[in-house]
Write a protein that binds this ligand. Structure first.
Ligand code: CAA
Length: 370
């Protein structure tokens, strides 16, 4: 690990780990009971964790992308719930507003997001458009100086808790892909309501909800980028998002591996069982290299689509593999909540699903290769 990091980044890792021990760890039980970590996020915002790669001019920490990914990795070792909230807020809400926003949009929203005074949510998925993102149907109709939004989004991370929503909608039903546009929608806009709150297998502290848009009227100034540019904004945002989810996977995998190693030191098992750790540790190292390689490509502004998908594909598979094996290695203890292994197992699975399933990552990699 250390060869990939600068001295400053190594210090930062210690700082994040200390924060996670002091502030995140005590909240795990409440989050497991389904409580959204609002107070913790306020503290994280105050300490800069919600604006790590955002320039100082916009009240972020002004750090590089690797430093940001390192924080998601470290935080996710303690809580994957916190990992995903930070990743979605930063990679697929704040960063796209910074990249594609007008001077006014950036000034109005980025400082509030970077300091955690507003939390962000990314709204792409719909009941009939999950993997096939270009099939979304939520309609944004232009009426004079406004757009009127009608439709439904599902499985929205931080939905209901977030104050700011990056919403993808169809502006020109006659064409495909170039018909999608991105909008910034504030929570208190009339016609915008929160629907079903999903009960999930893992990530109990994070919210995953349905959103309804019934004649939501927003000024034209809330369009992000040009009309028709939404699909490109969504896809390029997801490149950064996928590296974040890969880092979250890496954190879960590392925590599960560490717990298994600690357990086997205390309760030694036979050689046949113990040597399984060899494969797990080697796969974790390989995942780490892919994640930090993708982060370095992003940081250097190199094309990162293939690298981001490879990192997410392999790191999420590794998280599922290691957390599954950790339960097996701990035996009956692993199946109870005396240990964290069962939580890691429940939290790992979603990493193979959200921000593009593993099948979608394979498709993206193939498209880049051929
Ligand atoms: N980065 C940049 N550009 C990309 C891109 C990427 N990752 N993927 C596609 N594009 C561009 C293509 O280059 C192409 O551009 P041109 O038209 O200029 O050539 C354009 O987008 C269309 O690309 P495709 O023809 O490949 O589009 P497609 O419809 O065949 O397939 C897909 C696209 C990759 C399958 C896409 O639909 C996809 O990524 N689906 C998965 C959706 C997803 O990840 N959803 C996540 C929901 S959000 C979430 O989960 C957040 C959360 O809560 C945690």
């Amino acid at each position: 690990m250390d060869v990939l990091l600068t001295e400053k980044q190594r210090l930062w890792r210690k700082q994040v780990a200390a924060f996670a021990r002091q502030h995140v760890d005590p909240e795990i039980e409440a989050m497991e009971q389904g409580q959204f970590p609002r107070t913790l996020l306020t503290e994280m915002g105050r300490q800069g964790f919600l604006g790590i790669p955002i320039p100082v001019a916009f009240q972020g920490l002004g750090a590089d992308f690797t430093t940001y990914i390192l924080a998601i990795h470290e935080l996710s070792k303690v809580s994957a719930t916190i990992g995903v909230i930070v990743s979605v807020h930063t990679s697929v809400v704040t960063m796209p507003i910074l990249a594609f926003g007008t001077t006014e949009q950036k000034a109005s929203y980025v400082p509030l997001l970077a300091t955690g005074q507003k939390l962000g949510a990314f709204c792409l998925t719909e009941p009939i458009a999950g993997s096939d993102a270009s099939s979304i149907q939520l309609r944004a109709e232009r009426v004079d100086d406004h757009y009127v939004l009608n439709g439904t989004k599902i499985f929205i991370t931080s939905g209901g808790e977030a104050e700011l929503y990056l919403v993808f909608a169809v502006t020109d039903p006659a064409s495909t892909k170039k018909n999608i546009s991105a909008f910034i929608v504030e929570k208190d806009t009339p016609g915008f309501t929160i629907g079903r709150d999903e009960k999930k297998m893992g990530l109990h502290g994070s919210k995953t909800v349905t959103l309804h848009f019934d004649g939501v009227c927003i000024p034209r100034e809330q369009l992000l980028g040009a009309e028709g540019e939404g699909f490109r904004i969504a896809m390029s945002s997801l490149n950064a998002g996928r590296i974040g989810i890969a880092a979250q996977s890496l954190g879960i995998a590392e925590a599960a591996l560490t717990e298994a190693v600690t357990y086997l030191k205390q309760y030694p098992a036979g050689l046949e069982t113990t040597i399984r750790l060899g494969d797990l540790a080697a796969n974790w190292e390989a995942a780490k290299l892919l994640v930090y390689q993708a982060a370095s490509y992003k940081e250097a502004n190199r094309p990162v689509t293939k690298e981001a998908s490879m990192a997410k594909l392999f790191a999420s598979k590794t998280a599922v593999e290691i957390s599954t094996e950790a339960i097996h290695l701990l035996g009956m203890d692993g199946y109870t909540n005396r240990y964290h292994a069962e939580r890691y197992f429940r939290d790992a699975k979603i990493c193979e699903i959200y921000e593009g399933t593993s099948e979608i990552q394979r498709l993206v990699i193939c498209k880049q290769l051929i």
